[in-house]
Design a protein around this ligand. Structure first.
Ligand code: ADP
Ligand code: MG
Length: 379
């Protein structure tokens, strides 16, 4: 495994859930979301810090290593020529070690950090062309952020912290309290409404952060390493909370983490960053079973494959009537889940999709998958 990342930056404590904009102003009604249009579409995005930053993208300096660039120009390219789409309803994870550019990238999405180059749309709208009012609306209504250090207001109660985003939206007191109360229940903080953040554990504080982000009913939740400061067990609880919320609401999420296990557990797709670039973008299974380069291979070396690889990629073709009878599993069953079925059945188990047998898995297939070998006979 690569070296343990250092503690992440702490800049988020100065920010608020919905940006630091003042109160007031009517909400611009949200555009009805077209499921076919990506929530975010990012192309060739750059963020360079330092003198003459604007001149770096597209120049001869653009391909220098991080160190050379810094030595020759004094600039840091935190995000380099990054392209991806975030699809509606998915959990899109950005993973990488500390300093790889994750926070910069997620802040560029709502222009909390101004990109140096490239294009960026949300629901098909050009984010880089938005004026201040439009951007404020985007941050207040459409994308809410959950930070690592919670960013709660210390003198306010849990309920008022959760209601804060609604308050700056200009929602009336009665309504925002009612909506905040509903969120209290949703994230399991019932009974703590009147406490202040200092009277809560870290996990509870992050539940408040999550509830505050959810209260504005955003189209997309942006998480910047929200659970990194939590103890492992609490962290696990919070991950399950996110999975549950996602399953129940299908809300689009962009989730930043330096923790591979967290990325694998939460991500529908993972973008793996190194030195400001995306080195691989794919499903957890694709990343674990087909690493793009040695760096990624090294990163995923210790991942228990049986928990990530599915039988779709472990099966072989059915022979001599094997496809006609016997136990069945769905193609998205993990190898770990299929082991029991195969052991009990004593015969090859059919991988079925829409009444069709795609192939079969037997003990040999499952072992090969665990060993990291492709099922050569399949497909
Ligand atoms: N405001 C800034 N000015 C100069 N360099 C910065 C600034 N913010 C971040 N960086 C640099 O950009 C790189 C990426 O940082 P960051 O996005 O915070 O990474 P991560 O979130 O993956 O830890 C780092 O080298 C960091 O030092
Ligand atoms: Mg960071």
């Amino acid at each position: 495994m690569p070296a343990t990342p250092a503690a992440a930056d702490t800049t988020e404590t100065t920010e608020t859930a919905a940006g630091a904009a003042p109160a007031g102003g009517p909400a611009v009604p949200a555009v009805p979301a077209d499921p076919a249009v990506p929530v975010f579409s990012v192309r060739g995005l750059w963020k360079v810090f330092g003198p003459g930053a604007d001149k770096i993208p597209g120049s001869a300096h653009a391909n220098l290593s991080a160190r050379e660039l810094r030595e020759r120009t004094g600039c840091t390219a935190a995000v380099r020529d990054v392209s991806f789409d975030v699809h509606r309803g998915e959990v899109f994870v950005v993973m990488g070690l500390s300093g790889s550019g994750k926070s910069t990238l997620v802040r560029c999405l709502t222009r909390l950090i101004e990109p140096t180059g490239g294009t960026l749309t949300m629901d098909g709208e050009d984010v880089l062309a938005m004026d201040r009012a439009h951007l404020r609306d985007l941050r207040r209504h459409r994308a809410s952020m959950v930070f690592q250090h919670f960013g709660l207001l210390p003198h306010r109660t849990v309920l008022d912290n959760i209601a804060y985003g609604l308050e700056i939206q200009g929602v009336g007191r009665a309504e925002r309290r009612a909506r905040a109360a509903a969120m209290v229940e949703k994230v399991g903080l019932t009974g703590m409404e009147h406490r202040r953040p200092g009277q809560l554990s870290g996990g509870q504080q992050q539940r408040v952060g999550l509830a505050r982000a959810l209260a504005v009913d955003p189209e997309v939740l942006l998480f910047d390493e929200p659970f990194s400061a939590l103890d492992p067990l609490i962290r696990r609880d919070m991950q399950e909370e996110v999975i549950r919320l996602h399953r129940e609401e299908g809300r689009t999420m962009v989730f930043i983490t330096h923790d591979l296990n967290e990325a694998l557990r939460l991500g529908d797709r993972i973008a793996l960053m190194r030195d400001g670039r995306i080195v691989q973008l794919g499903t957890p299974e694709e990343i674990v079973s087909s690493p793009a380069d040695d760096y990624v291979r090294d990163f995923v070396r210790d991942v228990p494959r049986e928990q990530v690889v599915t039988v779709r990629n472990a099966m072989r073709s059915a022979e001599d009537g094997e496809g006609r009878s016997g136990e069945t599993v769905a193609p998205d069953t993990t190898v770990a889940e299929a082991v029991g079925t195969v052991a009990r059945s004593g015969a090859p188990v059919r991988v079925m999709e829409d009444g069709r047998c795609l192939g079969v898995v037997d003990a040999g297939c499952l072992l090969a998958a665990i060993a990291g070998e492709k099922a050569v006979a399949a497909r």
